[in-house]
Each structure stands twice: as structure tokens, then as C-alpha cells.
Design a protein around this ligand. Sequence first.
Ligand code: NAD
Length: 248
Amino acid sequence: MNSSYDNKVVLVTGSSRGIGASTIEVFAKNKFNVVINYVNSESKALSLKEEVEAKYGVKALVVKADVSKEEEVKRLVDVTLSEFGHIDVLVNNAGIAIDTTLEDKTVDNFRKILDVNLIGTFLMCKYVGEVMMKQGYGSIVNISSTNGIDSYYAYSMDYDASKAGVISLTHNFANLYAPNIRVNSIAPGWVNTEMNKELGEDYINDECKHILLGRFAEPYEIAEFIYYIGVEATYVNDAIIKVDGGRC
Ligand code: NAD
């Protein structure tokens, strides 16, 4: 980790809302300067910047970039370096899901999910990893999902495959970047975010019966664990950790 405590930098992809926005908040609270990446919601990204700068006295950079596009990823990394000069922590959070029956699954949508969730994580690990290797330090947290470990919900088979791929990438990059850079993955279960806004009440209640804690997570509960793994857990490396309230 960078020795200058007040000058630490985290880059969180897809961070204008949901788990990503909570992650920005937790890192800012811990005095990290933050890079807020968005693809559509500029106004949400800008108000998050205003909020964390005012509340925590850190610097926030807002960068529009689609993580599935190589040129945009390179630009995101370049703009971050021009502003801050280094990157301590990368959180690969950007993700999409398009749940449908098998009949409605299309190759185009399958590819779109792989492009964002898997190729996006790959590109970020590659280009931010290059920077971290030059620095000689860094930490990467890839957001997978319990769906990438236990695939029981066929409506999201494309998403599940992409998240299984994220776990595989985590192992490969952890090996490639050792010993100075830690690469870990967390696999959240259900989280109360817009990604799940289409779920019906009956379905949610039924799912909660299979969670030992009896409820979905709140985004901050995932974000605090991302901070712990990314910053504090200095001997945790190449790990895939479920954060799902316990499944039964
Ligand atoms: P969300 O939909 O609120 O957030 C996803 C974010 O990714 C959005 O801000 C979106 O704009 C951004 N994004 C999408 N495509 C992008 C692209 N091409 N480039 C850059 N950003 C892009 O959902 P969330 O629940 O906060 O999801 C965050 C991460 O957590 C995702 O990777 C998701 O798969 C994972 N996850 C979520 C749950 C859950 O139950 N919500 C469970 C397990 C894992």
C-alpha cells in the first residue's frame, strides 16, 4: 500500500449507485481519494462527488467510461494517473444482469453480459495491474456473485457464467501479480439494489427463507467488506469469499 496515508486512491468501476456508490462512500470515509466511474448516470456520479468531498474532505474524480471498451478503459486509467499519479486499490464492481427464460435468451444479450462483467474485469485488471506492477504495490477486489459459485437459478445462466469467469480471472491475476499485489474476489448473495428492483415481493420472501440472516444485504454491508479485503486484510490473497448471510 502507498506509504502516504493521506494520498491513497481507489478506483471503483460502475460507482454512481448501488454497491459501487457505497464503496466510494466507505473508502472516502477512510480518507481515500476516489475515482467514480459511470457509464450513464452523470448526475448521480456528480452528486456523489459533491457529497464525499464535502463530508470527508477527500478529492473525487468523476470519469465516464464503458469498462467493456478497451480504449475507454485505457482513458479511465490515464485520466486517473494524470489526476492522482498512482492507484492503490481497484474495485471491479461494474456489472449487468438480464434475467430471462431460456427461450428469451439471445446470443447478443449473453455477449453483452460477458462484455461488461467478464471482459470489463479483465481489461481493468490488465491496465490497472500494469500500473500497480510498476508501482510495486496495489490491491484488486473483483465483485463476483454467489451465482458464480452455485448456479441454481437458470434465468441468470449468462450472468452466472460471467461471474464464474470473474473467479477464474481472480486466481490468474493473483498468481500473475504476486507478491506485491493482492487480488481477491467477493461473492455477494442478494443485495438491496436497483439490480433486483424487478423481483416480486413473493420471490423475495421466498429467497429470504433460504438465507440464515433472513434478509437481503444492504449495499453498505458489502462495501465495508470490500474495504476490509481491499485494504486491511493484508494476508488475504487469491481468496473468493461469500458475503451472503449464510445460505440454507
Ligand atoms: P447496480 O445495477 O445498482 O450497479 C451496477 C453498476 O454498474 C451501475 O452503476 C451501472 O451503471 C454500472 N455499469 C453497468 N455497465 C457498465 C459498463 N459497461 N461500464 C461501467 N459501468 C457499468 O447493481 P449492484 O447490485 O450495485 O451491482 C454491483 C456489482 O455487484 C455488480 O457486479 C453485480 O453483478 C454484483 N452483485 C450484485 C448482487 C445483488 O444482489 N445486487 C449480488 C451479487 C453480486
